[in-house]
Write a protein that binds this ligand. Structure first.
Ligand code: FES
Ligand code: FES
Length: 156
């Protein structure tokens, strides 16, 4: 049986019909065509699938689409404003915060959420937050440098 769900992603409404078992990640990618949200482990460990739900980071592989009816969602596609990159994206670009890029959408969304809520976050707390996501290329130092640079820009 399929359910009608309206996913509000980056300010646009997507009306979809999905089974109750359809994950939010699959719905975003397959039903809404937004493939910037990546799937790694598909069981809540890697954070590649992180999106923002009402401003809070969630692992979209652990949510069902039917749980997100009408809730404001943000994905990596919503970060840039046309050709203007979000400060976090710009900082990843400038400080080489990515290698293969597979984990990047998840890190960008996680970092955006934390810096929007707590732009003055200290280094230790930032490390703690970022430790929830995994990078198989192990570029953690540059990710940290990039997020700290973005924080400075967003504070300014
Ligand atoms: S794909 Fe969701 S946490 Fe890894
Ligand atoms: S940049 Fe390759 S997994 Fe993180």
């Amino acid at each position: 049986m399929k359910h009608q769900v309206t996913l509000n992603i980056n300010g646009s409404e997507h009306e979809i019909f999905v089974e109750a078992r359809k994950t939010l990640a699959d719905a975003i990618r397959e039903e809404c065509g937004l493939t910037g949200t990546h799937l790694g482990c598909e069981h809540g460990v890697c954070g590649a699938c992180t999106v923002l739900m009402d401003g809070q980071p969630v692992r979209s592989c652990l949510m069902f689409a039917v749980q997100c009816n009408g809730v404001p969602l943000r994905t990596v596609e919503g970060l840039a404003d046309g050709d203007d990159l979000h400060p976090v994206q710009k900082a990843f670009w400038e400080h080489h915060g990515l290698q293969c890029g597979f984990c990047t959408p998840g890190f960008l969304m996680l970092a955006t959420s934390v810096l929007e809520q707590e732009p003055d976050i200290d280094d230790e707390a930032l490390r703690e937050v970022l430790s929830s996501n995994l990078c198989r290329c192990t570029g953690y130092q540059n990710i940290l440098i990039a997020v700290k640079a973005a924080a400075e820009e967003m504070r300014g």
